[in-house]
Design a protein. Structure first.
Length: 361
């Protein structure tokens, strides 16, 4: 029967796995790292709070897609909390941690990653349902969206707690990984492969959506006037999510590959030299997302800017924005049926006279 080491501190496991925690990571170097980390985390907290507040404040965002987008911002906010906890429990401090505190540190990171990943997967399904039916928003009710959001966090918390619940190497030191000294290598292989497979599925889904919209747009272009054709572009909401997904994949894939290599016990891959850079890259993803929201959605940026400048009393802008949705679904009398038209050319709905039948969805 194997001996278990629940009462040991982390220095025991780091020494067993020959993991370098950089004992000389002190003084000016530590101060610089903490300063940059603090700045990024503050930006994550403030910017993602603005995104959530914008969705709550602006009634134009009271649709399933934006609720899920706000939940993604909440996942990034949670990631900021996880990074703050990590900052003050890493480096030479790692060796002084108890097993439970180390599990908490890693569990917070795993939970934030899973919450973002599952949320993006749900958004992918929502976009697929909507666009394939030629609608801007899906028919999900608020109750269903609430259930989905609760389910996302339940899955995230469970996945973050799996090592604590037993899939670890506390009773089998020979199975411990190098990057995560009390995680079993088999768990790292499972964790990284699962996430990479989900990445692949989402990329395939969005490629299919993009090809469908492009094909539909090309078919309809030959049946409509030039002015309409020029304004018919892929759905703005879909482009926003594709940008978010692209940033997520780019920021997280290197770290997951490193975890996979560690799980496969690749001793000559030099993973210890790159792990901190890939963790920083993952942190940048939570910084980038709010920037993507505001850059790709003018209405989101306008709402956030008004909140920052305390100018929400600008009633003329509110009246104007309430009349026009950011992405318009127009109906054509052509035999091609419906088409999706990219969003707003300020002050313009589907041009009168261009189409026999027109309307908003």
């Amino acid at each position: 029967m194997n001996e278990c080491y629940y009462d040991k501190r982390m220095d025991f496991f780091y020494n067993k796995t020959n993991t370098d925690t950089i004992d000389d990571w002190t003084g000016p170097k530590l101060i610089v790292v903490l300063c940059f980390g603090t700045f990024f985390c503050l930006f994550i907290f403030i910017s993602n709070s603005l995104v959530i507040a914008a969705v709550v404040k602006n009634k134009r965002f009271h649709f399933p897609f934006y609720y899920l987008l706000a939940n993604l911002a909440a996942a990034d906010f949670f990631a900021g909390i996880a990074y703050v906890f990590l900052m003050f429990n890493t480096g030479p401090v790692s060796k002084t941690l108890t097993v439970n505190r180390w599990f908490l540190r890693q569990g917070l990171l795993d939970t934030s990653l899973t919450a973002s990943l599952v949320n993006l997967l749900v958004i992918a399904v929502e976009r697929h349902m909507s666009i394939m039916r030629m609608k801007i928003h899906s028919n999900l009710t608020k109750k269903r969206v609430t259930f989905l959001i609760i389910s996302i966090w339940a899955i995230a918390i469970f996945m973050g707690a799996v090592p604590t619940l037993g899939w670890n190497c506390l009773c089998d030191i020979t199975a411990c990984s190098s990057l995560a000294p009390i995680y079993s290598r088999s768990y790292l292989v499972f964790w990284s492969v699962l996430n990479l497979v989900v990445f692949f599925i989402m990329v395939v889904v969005y490629i299919r959506i993009y090809m469908y919209v492009q094909r539909k747009t090309n078919v309809l272009s030959s049946h409509t006037s030039g002015s309409i054709s020029r304004r018919r572009t892929p759905v703005k909401l879909m482009k926003t999510v594709m940008t978010l997904l692209g940033a997520f994949v780019v920021c997280w894939t290197p770290g997951l590959v490193v975890l996979l290599l560690d799980g496969l016990n690749c001793t000559y891959c030099g993973i210890q030299n790159v792990k901190r850079w890939f963790l920083l890259l993952a942190l940048l993803n939570s910084v980038m997302n709010p920037i993507i929201y505001s850059y790709k959605d003018d209405e989101m940026w306008g709402t956030m800017k008004r909140m920052i400048c305390c100018s929400s009393e600008d009633k003329s802008q509110d009246r104007r924005s309430s009349r026009i949705p950011s992405t318009v679904l127009c109906r054509s009398t052509d035999t091609s049926g419906h088409y999706i038209e990219d969003g707003i050319i300020q002050g313009t709905i589907c041009g009168k006279g261009d189409l026999g039948d027109k309307g908003n969805s």
